[in-house]
Write a protein that binds this ligand. Structure first.
Ligand SMILES: [Ca+2]
Ligand SMILES: [Ca+2]
Ligand SMILES: [Ca+2]
Ligand SMILES: [Ca+2]
Length: 297
């Protein structure tokens, strides 16, 4: 997305199949404007579109320091992306230089008028070759833009957006989200993420690695248990089975997983049998919730 407050000069070069017309002088002018900024440390938003898949087409905030990419953060999930897949601005200029030199069959480029970096690039290297076209969109470049990626090996709590995103998975393929590596993204990936990657279980809404009364306090405080609003719940507010609601079905899901631990012993607490009415599950949750609340008053 482009910031409307920035006046951008748009220079678009559309070519015949014979040659790219972006002259060396024009490219040098934009490159000189960029270089004059003296920016070695900066962040910017980047998205590639191509006939490819996986991390390379994820929208990312790319952080560059001392001229090199140090990390790329997925804007949708906050997870870390393979930084070698994402270019610095200098590398974008290098690719433009290659397109001018070759020349590419088609080259379209727009530049930020204030800073000189490429904001939209489209390259068709050879019209006789299919599916090698590339398209980049960048925005929001600034020295201060810095979005460190979620490192769930140190803090599993930052993975909550991914757990919720995977509720929507219905078989589409995205290698970035295919946690169990079976070439489809579906509910099995959500379960694999929760139990195998994050090493926790259903019910652990605060993602501290255990399912205990603290999670009940959190989810019942959300006030979403079987409320009248549609599809308004998340992992953090009690949607453990992934249907976007917090209901008795979530309590069943969590206790069937068998991971509930009592606070006093750390051992699994006896729980109602799965076939019991929903009211029994709710009562169990409310008892835990009210017991824990007494600790706060
Ligand atoms: Ca999968
Ligand atoms: Ca927990
Ligand atoms: Ca609801
Ligand atoms: Ca639910």
């Amino acid at each position: 997305m482009f910031r409307p407050t920035i006046l951008m000069l748009i220079v678009t070069f559309a070519f015949s199949s014979q040659a790219a017309a972006l002259t060396q002088a024009e490219l040098d002018t934009w490159h000189a404007l960029w270089t004059s900024q003296g920016l070695e440390d900066y962040g910017y938003q980047f998205q590639r579109s191509c006939h490819c898949f996986g991390e390379s087409i994820r929208e990312a905030v790319v952080r560059v320091e001392s001229g090199g990419v140090i990390y790329a953060t997925d804007t949708q999930t906050g997870l870390s992306l393979e930084d070698t897949l994402f270019p610095s601005v200098e590398e974008l200029f290098s690719e433009l230089q290659s397109a001018v030199d070759r020349p590419a069959a088609f080259l379209s480029a727009e530049f930020d008028a204030a800073l000189g970096y490429p904001i939209r690039v489209s390259i068709d290297w050879d019209v006789t070759i299919a599916d090698e076209e590339t398209f980049y969109v960048t925005s929001s470049l600034s020295a201060d833009l810095d979005v460190p990626a979620c490192d769930y090996t140190n803090d599993i709590a930052c993975a909550a957006p991914v757990i919720d995103l995977l509720r929507e998975a219905n078989g589409w393929f995205d290698s970035f989200l295919d946690f169990n590596e079976d070439f489809v993204v579906d509910a099995a990936d959500r379960e694999f993420l929760i139990q195998e990657v994050l090493q926790t279980n259903y019910g652990d809404s605060n993602l501290d690695g255990v399912f205990n009364s603290s999670d009940f306090v959190q989810v019942f405080r959300s006030g979403e248990f079987e409320d009248s609003l549609t599809a308004n719940s998340s992992w953090a507010t009690g949607d453990w089975n992934g249907d976007f609601e917090f209901s008795s079905s979530d309590l069943v899901k969590a206790f069937q997983a068998g991971a509930y631990q009592s606070d006093s012993t750390g051992e699994t607490r006896p729980v109602p049998e799965p076939h019991l009415p929903c009211a029994a599950w709710l009562s169990f949750g409310v008892v835990l919730f009210t017991r824990r609340l007494r600790c706060y008053v």
